[in-house]
Write a protein that binds this ligand. Structure first.
Ligand SMILES: NC(=O)c1ccc[n+]([C@@H]2O[C@H](COP(=O)([O-])OP(=O)(O)OC[C@H]3O[C@@H](n4cnc5c(N)ncnc54)[C@H](OP(=O)(O)O)[C@@H]3O)[C@@H](O)[C@H]2O)c1
Length: 308
């Protein structure tokens, strides 16, 4: 019998690609999102027998409860919950960020995710099912402007590990996936529809795709029932780590520069003094110097005294 996956955020990116991949692999899928037209188009593409569209805002608990209650019998026995719906808003530093955007990220990435998980846990336990939570590398590696987004994704990691502990003995598996740069509508949403910014970010970077993530999620879901993948971190090959940033005050930067100029000057003076000292001990002028020096001149007089 076909298994059933409840995939949030199926109107775009990872979620849409996963809905397609899971149906192709023989699963039934419940796909969610706020954009009904996109969900309906996906149902048309994948077939109403294979996909059920549940259109609701995940931060609205009443709408979420109503959508779960309205699931057709054929889609009620959920074996897998993919908590994927989520977003980042803004790239400003915390001191310049928009509080409303912070609250939307928390309501979607944290509040929506835990509300749906709480709602579906009894079914998942009954089915000895699985949960795949979509976090991000932003959970582990902070970056400027990542503030609340990174915080919500760190919550998802820790919540996933906590679920593992609590679900001990139930047979329910829990995995947290932590992807890095993947080309979806993510940056378009983050920048309020700035297509140029989104294109510039991905251009030439060969980022991961929604299909890459869908393949990974299917692989996780189809592991043997006794095997749990706790966490998995994914990056495009072209992305890696860079050093910590260090802030230096103007005064300390000026001091450092002065010290390095002084050091250079001192080394030069020492070098010339050494050369002068060597020449003072030479009675016969070296051929090159003797050619340049005026007849009767001493070696000491031919070398300028830079030590002054
Ligand atoms: N792309 C990346 O580089 C990347 C990296 C690490 C982690 N992630 C995470 O991966 C997940 C999927 O992102 P994506 O890259 O596929 O982005 P995406 O293309 O923008 O897709 C996001 C999905 O989430 C849904 N969603 C957002 N807010 C919602 C709400 N309030 N209610 C219901 N659904 C909502 C959207 O549906 P509607 O707009 O139709 O509601 C959409 O289907 C997110 O959790 C994101 O944080 C992405």
């Amino acid at each position: 019998m076909a298994k059933t996956a409840f995939i949030t955020g199926a109107t775009s990116g990872f979620g849409k690609a996963s809905a397609r991949r899971f149906v192709k692999a023989g699963w039934h899928v419940i796909g969610t999102g706020r954009r009904a037209d996109r969900l309906n188009a996906l149902v048309e593409e994948l077939g109403a027998d294979n996909m059920h569209a549940a259109c609701f805002d995940i931060s609205d608990s009443d709408a979420l409860n109503a959508a779960v209650a309205a699931l057709p019998d054929r889609f009620k026995n959920i074996d897998l919950l993919i908590n994927n719906a989520g977003l980042a808003l803004g790239t400003a530093p915390a001191q310049k960020a928009d509080l409303e955007q912070w609250q939307t990220m928390i309501d979607t990435n944290v509040r929506g995710l835990v509300t749906l998980t709480h709602k579906l846990l009894p079914t998942l336990i009954e089915q000895k099912g699985a949960i795949i939570n979509v976090s991000s590398v932003a959970a582990s590696y902070p970056y400027p402007g990542g503030n609340v987004y990174g915080g919500t994704k760190a919550f998802v990691v820790q919540f996933s590990l906590g679920l593992r502990s609590d679900l001990h003995g139930t047979g329910v598996r829990v995995t947290c996936i932590e992807p890095c740069m993947t080309e979806t509508e993510f940056t378009l949403v983050r920048t309020k529809g700035n297509r140029d910014a989104s294109d510039a970010l991905y251009k030439g970077a060969n980022p991961m795709t929604g299909e890459d993530l869908a393949e990974t999620m299917l692989w996780i879901a189809e592991q043997p029932a006794h095997l749990n993948i706790n966490r998995i971190e994914l990056m495009p090959v072209n992305q890696s780590f860079s050093p910590f940033q260090v802030y230096r005050s103007e005064a300390s930067r000026a001091k450092k520069l002065r010290r390095s100029v002084e050091n250079c000057a001192k080394q030069e003076v020492d070098r010339i003094s050494e050369a002068q000292s060597d020449l003072r001990h030479i009675n016969v002028l070296p051929p090159l110097l003797s050619r340049r020096a005026t007849p009767g001149m001493t070696a000491t007089a031919a070398v300028p005294d830079l030590a002054e």
